[in-house]
Ligand binder design. Sequence first.
Ligand code: SF4
Ligand code: SF4
Ligand code: SF4
Length: 303
Amino acid sequence: MAITPEQRKTVKGQGFLSNNDGEHFSGRVITENGVLNAAQLKNIAEIADRFGNGQVAFTTRLTVEIPGLDYDDIPAVKEYAAQEGMEFGGTGAKVRPVVACKGTVCIFGLIDTQAMATEIHKRFYQGYREVALPHKFKIAVGGCPNNCVKPDLNDVGVVGQRVPAYRAELCRACKKCAVEAACPMGAAKRTDAGLEIDQAVCNTCGRCIEKCPFQAIPDGEVGYRLYLGGRWGKMTRHGTKLSGLYTREEAMDMIEKVILLFKKEGRQGERFGSLLDRLGVETVERLLEGDTLLKEKEQILNG
Ligand code: SF4
Ligand code: SF4
Ligand code: SF4
């Protein structure tokens, strides 16, 4: 029996996308933070073997698609994946699956990206699953300013930061400065008066911390930078960097406020970057201050 457009729409909303042969579907498994354990990988391979065409495809946004599924097998496939705690989804004008770089284990990682992605997944992907937004909403977490996961091309991008705490009084203006040598940005420069850090160039990567043999930079505060309104695709926009440096808790609240603002002020079919340009960055920053949006949450979501 032919599959109706209505049936296709329904299963698409559940994470099963039509294949271009017009007959089969790809099931999109959500990984939460890009990490799967061995039992989950085995489970996915078994689904591909039993129900699909034997193949598995990894998407650019860290989900896993199993192609070649029959429409009638979709309930059984969902049940099978649920045995290992996995679900399908990630489509529609909603909060999309979060993407994180491997900052948790990366030698440059300044924050635990995968743990934060899991927290975002639970609070905003699962927590806002039933919330229809003006358009899709993508979140990415990067562990350092190397930006491997391209956080600033997402509606909200998080970047781990470490701000060097330079103690100028300890600097001895050495002939060869170890801090200058360690700085990949050319922001740290040894001058006759001692080390100077050009704040306009420094990207707070923290690579200079503990490099000085005289402990002129012994430590540095860890923080979370946010980029808003990025997008990539038919129309592109680099995210706007917010001036603040946030704690993890503040960053999580900011993400929720951005989603609520998008729900409240966004026009149907508008991405968050367009809303930002329409209202102006200053206005949006002002609207995100304080906890007004969080207090209005019920009202916004039910409005
Ligand atoms: S962005 Fe930084 S922490 Fe993340 S994978 Fe790249 S180098 Fe590692
Ligand atoms: S920062 Fe440290 S290594 Fe660099 S010039 Fe000062 S004392 Fe020497
Ligand atoms: S934080 Fe990074 S960019 Fe800034 S001075 Fe240190 S090494 Fe250079």
